[in-house]
Design a binder for this molecule. Sequence first.
Ligand code: EUG
Length: 543
Amino acid sequence: MAVLPPGVSQRDFSAAIAQFQSAVGKDWVFTSDPDVALYRDAYSPAWGQAEERLASAAVAPDSTEQVQQIVRTANIYKIPLFPISTGKNLGYGGSAPNLSGSVVVDLKRMNRILEVDDVRHYALVEPGVAYFDLYRHIQEKKLNVWIDTPDPGWGSVMGNALDHGVGYTTSQFRNHFDAHCGMEVVLANGEVMRTGLGAVPGSKTWQDYKYGFGPTVDGLFAQGNYGIVTKMGIWLMPAPEAYTSGTVSVAKHDDLIRLVEMVNYLENLGISNGMPGFGFALGAGGGRGGPGVQPDAQLAALLGREGGPDIAELERYAAANNRAFWTCRLQFYGPKTVVAAQWEYAKSRLAAIPGSRATDGPSYDFPLTPEQLARVQQVAFGVPNMSIFSIGARTERNPTPSSGHVWFSPIIPRTGEGILESQKVLWQAGRDAGIPFNRFAMPATYYSRAFIYIIGIPITRNVETDRKNRDGFRQLIKVAAEHGWVEYRTAPLYQDNVMDTYSFNNHALRRFCETMKEAVDPNGIMAPGRSGIWSKRHPRARA
Ligand code: EUG
């Protein structure tokens, strides 16, 4: 089944493999079908189909020098590489490349935690360091810092930041790329570069000051294909003393507009520093906004109404049943007296919305007791775990789970109007695309300045259904973009489609990226096609 890289002879491929073997040792070059199959995207929207992107082989270096040797060999034999860190990224492509035939550069062995400083609050890590690893290291050494972890704790601290991933604690840490500080990169020509103050030999502040001097180039290596990042600094949160939380609910559909305005004020001023969670109070799930309630027969009928629910009817139902329409849960981290005062202040502001109600939520002193830790949403307290996978698991209520999902994740404005309009438009677009989803899907607040929907589009491994869903997904991307809502991240299969929507001035952004691509990677060996950035050697396939 081995797919060769396009335009590479079996002879050159074998010669490259032999050089990879001499660089990293025979045990760390994978060419057998069962080994290479491990790099397939388990959530591929095109599993087993011609469109599925497959690696030809994988190589796992243990050092920056070995990465350099791999890159030099790739340039000699024109072998496309696809670097991964821990290679999870489920829902966004897993560890499979954009271009079939690429050799995966698997950085999992480079898992050294080079430094954790709990006075200046940062870590310096290699690509293979997972959230579990960094957390364990900090616990064992009893360091006074928290990490910020996304839902699955097995992911790479560096890889997640480089794909613009996010977590759950305070705003400046849950935006993982924002929290990075300083990189070491093996460029496409095999040279090693350090960004920011790492470019100054003997600099004492590589992990303390991001910009250095001149252009800040770090962004090129996030969702990019200009090099392989081999070290990255990440800012950590000083362990806080306490936590409090509370929920505010509002009674009317349009109250969402003021609710969002006020939460924006509180968050952008730093009063509410944790991740807010907006919820549709009449929904079954409740989202991150609070506990949901299973709808009674009357509400189920209103929500299931042909042509979509009628807002006035829902408002009447809510009023008659003493139920709220929307909720927002706020979270606060810091000194005990301060978080209490912050929540008090938040309540006083939010009380200005007629009919709003505030409820105190759980408060904790840190460290949490084991009993507390077992009850809470652990990622909100910087504790990595894998419990998120229960959402897709086979249960009594979900007897026929999907085989995975790809995330449809458009960014929308952080306003109530933005939610209300996009809920309606995207719901209709989902139905038109044959991938229906919740009429009151709530966007999340991972990024403090924008909303983002996180909608899982199922993978079924049924050939026809998956094909229909691929078409539907592409349609959703388009309809969203026509309304000004765009994807922040997507699986390789859809990266050209998403980049197509970033089209201002005849695709000036992509043209700039591809001009740089030719300059720094003239052989086009580095992750061809990543984020829709191709090159002369590997032009975009015409569909
Ligand atoms: C999640 C969060 C994301 C994402 C995909 C999934 C969380 C799922 C905004 O970041 O892109 C529970």
